[in-house]
Design a protein around this ligand. Structure first.
Ligand code: AMP
Length: 399
């Protein structure tokens, strides 16, 4: 089969992550990050053939310039001839997108309409799409949505108990995120454990800076912990996850917080950072807890307790459990958090195997419990590969 390389772009408001993936071999040929775009000292860092390099940009250079430099780089490294598509990560697809889509003017309009649901993310994703369309006008561009995998949820799972008109008129409902990751790791776990996809009960925990848990029945998302925004659900690095909505009123009425201040408090000052008053980084929290820092230990305990409680709740829509998957920076590396969470879930018949738990770190996958049914398993996520693969499939359909 000829090489089918896909350029994967993940555009944030001031950053652009990129990779070129060979969708036949699965190899990552180039990867990098353009950061501080639009600021005083933007730069591009990239890795090619194991070598790390830096390209300095001029002050205030933004996405357009970063993509122009990326095009030059791709040509210079002779990676352009096998490119068959550009795959874009798009955060919010609303109810419009249940799967990845070839980018057309209609698709751009639908993504633009959804921007009110993800005002920080979708406009940045659109910037990347626009810049890539002019730079790679000969290539099909494909949008891969974080929300799409969760469009299989039923109203019972996705509706809030709010006046129905808020859903009908304004789209206020639960959408869920990290869908590309949950889809990838659940399919991998089903393969590794030789489960029957059409009769499987899997829970995946994507634990990184953002954290979410998804219940996946017969290969489809039936419930997930994030909601209309990625703030709902679990304790995260700097996000609070679920809180009593009455706190919002207390903060405004009694403590004179503005809506903007509350948004910052819940998104940027809470979670592991808020409880520990030390760091949002799980490694620092673990090391400090081990050194006797009491609030770091408390942050870890709350993180694990809330996570275990959410996992146990998702046994309800599944009606049982075949496998619990850990992924993301924390899920793939923290034996400490995995052991604590599995200990909370012993009533489900899960018991950690210390050797296996230590072995499955730093990119290694594997079952980490003494039992295999049900089991807990570590599966490193690979969102770039999923995006590249979807983009390659859709590009082939166009031929
Ligand atoms: P991600 O957003 O998936 O890159 O994950 C970032 C999170 O993973 C941060 O909280 C890191 O501290 C955490 N992480 C990465 N490596 C480790 C490790 N060895 N032990 C504990 N947490 C880790």
């Amino acid at each position: 089969m000829p090489s089918s390389h896909v350029l994967v772009l993940n555009c944030g408001s001031s950053s652009l992550k990129f990779a070129i993936i060979d969708t036949v071999s699965g190899d990552e040929l180039l990867s990098g990050l353009a950061e501080r775009l639009g600021e005083l000292d933007p730069q591009i860092k990239y890795k090619f053939n194991g070598d790390k390099q830096l390209i300095a940009l001029s002050p205030n250079d933004a996405h357009q310039t970063a993509i122009a430099k990326l095009v030059e780089l791709v040509k210079q490294l002779q990676l352009d001839s096998n490119l068959i598509a550009v795959g874009h990560r798009v955060v919010h697809g609303g109810e419009h997108f249940t799967k990845s889509a070839l980018i057309t003017p209609d698709v751009i309009e639908a993504i633009t309409k959804t921007s009110s649901l993800a005002p920080l993310h979708n406009p940045a994703n659109l910037l990347g799409i626009e810049a890539a369309q002019s730079a790679f006008s000969h290539l099909p561009q494909i949008a891969v949505f974080d929300t799409a995998f969760h469009q299989s949820m039923s109203p019972e799972a996705f509706l809030y108990a709010l006046p129905y008109t808020l859903y009908k008129q304004h789209g206020i409902r639960r959408y869920g995120f990290h869908g590309t990751s949950h889809a990838f790791v659940s399919a991998e776990a089903i393969k590794i454990l030789d489960l029957n996809e059409t009769n499987s009960k899997v829970i995946s925990a994507h634990l990184g800076n953002g954290c979410s848990v998804t219940a996946i029945k017969n290969g489809k998302s039936v419930d997930t912990s994030m909601g209309m925004t990625p703030l709902e659900g679990l304790v995260m690095g700097t996000r609070s996850g679920d809180i009593d909505p009455g706190i919002f009123n207390y903060l405004t009425e009694q403590l004179n917080y503005s809506a903007k201040q509350i948004d910052t408090l819940l998104n940027k000052e809470s979670g592991l950072l808020g409880i520990s008053e030390l760091s949002n980084d799980c490694r620092t929290i673990e090391e400090s807890a081990a050194d006797g820092h009491q609030q770091a230990a408390l942050a870890l305990d709350i993180f694990c307790y809330r996570l275990a409680k959410q996992i146990a709740a998702f046994v309800v829509p599944l009606g049982g459990l075949d496998a619990l998957i850990f992924t993301g920076g924390i899920g793939e590396n923290s034996d400490v958090i995995r052991a604590k969470v599995v200990a909370h879930l012993s009533f489900l018949g899960l018991e950690i195997d210390n050797d296996k738990n230590l072995a499955a770190r730093f990119g290694s996958e594997g079952v980490i419990t003494k039992q295999t049914a049900p089991c807990a398993i570590v599966v490193p996520t690979n969102e770039e590969w999923m995006i590249a693969n979807d983009a390659a499939n859709i590009a082939q359909e166009q031929k």
